[in-house]
Design a protein around this ligand. Structure first.
Ligand SMILES: [Ca+2]
Length: 349
């Protein structure tokens, strides 16, 4: 059923239709107010954030809302964002999370997961200056145990090309939030933390089983992108995009400026990608090594070849999918972007 044909040239995936022939059924486990991110823990429990500002811990179908979560700016795209377990979570109990502060700054924080509460909260990194919407905020830990963080352009596109501004960048930080050794640039703390630049609003960031880092980002009107992340490269926003401005004013396409790294795949009309996870496990053997991408506007789930060469499938789930995650047991989870949003487990057919 899945084609592994590799196109000769990156092409637009947006015009391919979605299928209602689902190789799984959706089991609704819980209902949450605007869930934003899922983080499976090693022991089968799940952390789920909500944009208004809660972090839920699920053990099976039983969920508790953790105490001591910091106040967030809940407005538009801003709020409590991503959550991730530390690589040494089994020993340290440490979790990392991102949020937009009441002062508009994207913040990266760390805490210990205590009994029904966050304990010992530390702010590790804070965006200066802050901004408006489009916060990014996705956390991914690398095989090098460093922390990779996406920062959106905060709706100020030109700043994605300003080298001393964290907007529109992917950062590589130590687990304590400092610029990581071995980064491609040097200079200010922001520059020294920068891994790649020229991004718009990346809501997906994940390492493949082969150790390569992938990201996707929402384009403007058209031009959602899937990018292979290579240190030191500039991904072109807002100088180039395969989409256009919302005003209809055209933006030069990626292929007019070869000095900017071009996407592996792109989508026009947009799917509004959100969440990125590589599949490892037994529930869906055909998906092993490939990536799963949630779609907000696209209202579904997208399966992309693990080397970024092709979209293998796109399923119409008739809901805005905000995040997708794979747990240690190989189960796939997703959440629905809604005020009565479902937490779902995918059950193979
Ligand atoms: Ca780009």
């Amino acid at each position: 059923m899945i084609s592994l044909t590799v196109p000769a040239w990156a092409e637009n995936m947006g015009e391919r239709s979605a299928s209602r022939d689902l190789p799984f059924r959706l089991e609704r486990v819980a209902t949450l107010d605007l869930p934003w991110a899922i983080a499976p823990l090693h022991d089968g429990r799940l952390l789920v954030t909500t944009k208004p500002g809660e972090i839920w811990l699920f053990d099976g179908e039983t969920g508790v809302s953790l105490r001591n979560v910091p106040e967030v700016q809940f407005s538009g795209q801003n709020g409590l964002l991503d959550v991730a377990a530390a690589p040494d979570f089994a020993q340290s109990g440490a979790v990392y999370f991102t949020y937009v502060s009441p002062q508009n700054a994207l913040v990266l924080a760390r805490a210990r997961l205590g009994d029904g509460a966050l304990e010992g909260i530390e702010t590790l990194w804070r965006q200066t200056p802050g901004g408006r919407g489009q916060p990014g905020g996705i956390i991914a830990f690398g095989p090098d145990r460093m922390l990779y963080l996406s920062v959106g352009d905060r709706m100020q596109p030109d700043t994605a090309q300003e080298s001393d501004n964290p907007r529109g960048k992917i950062l590589r930080l130590t687990p304590g939030g400092e610029p990581a050794p071995g980064n491609p640039f040097s200079g200010s703390a922001t520059r020294a933390a920068t891994w790649t630049e020229g991004h718009r609003n990346p809501y997906g960031l994940a390492f493949a089983p082969d150790g390569r880092l992938w990201s996707h980002e929402m384009g403007p009107r058209g031009g959602d992108e899937l990018n292979l992340i290579t240190p030191g490269l500039n991904y072109g926003w807002p100088e180039v995009s395969n989409g256009d401005n919302y005003t209809g004013w055209p933006i030069p396409d990626h292929d007019t400026r070869p000095e900017f790294a071009a996407p592996s795949l792109w989508w026009t009309p947009v799917i509004a990608p959100a969440g990125l996870a590589f599949y490892v496990g037994d529930d869906f053997p055909d998906w092993r090594g490939h990536m799963l991408i949630g779609a907000l506007r696209g209202q579904g789930l997208v399966l992309v070849a693990g080397d970024g060469s092709d979209q293998l499938a796109r399923w119409d789930l008739r809901m805005r999918v905000r995040d997708v995650a794979v747990d240690r047991a190989g189960q796939v989870w997703l959440i629905e972007d809604s005020g009565s949003g479902g937490l779902y487990r995918l059950v193979p057919r």
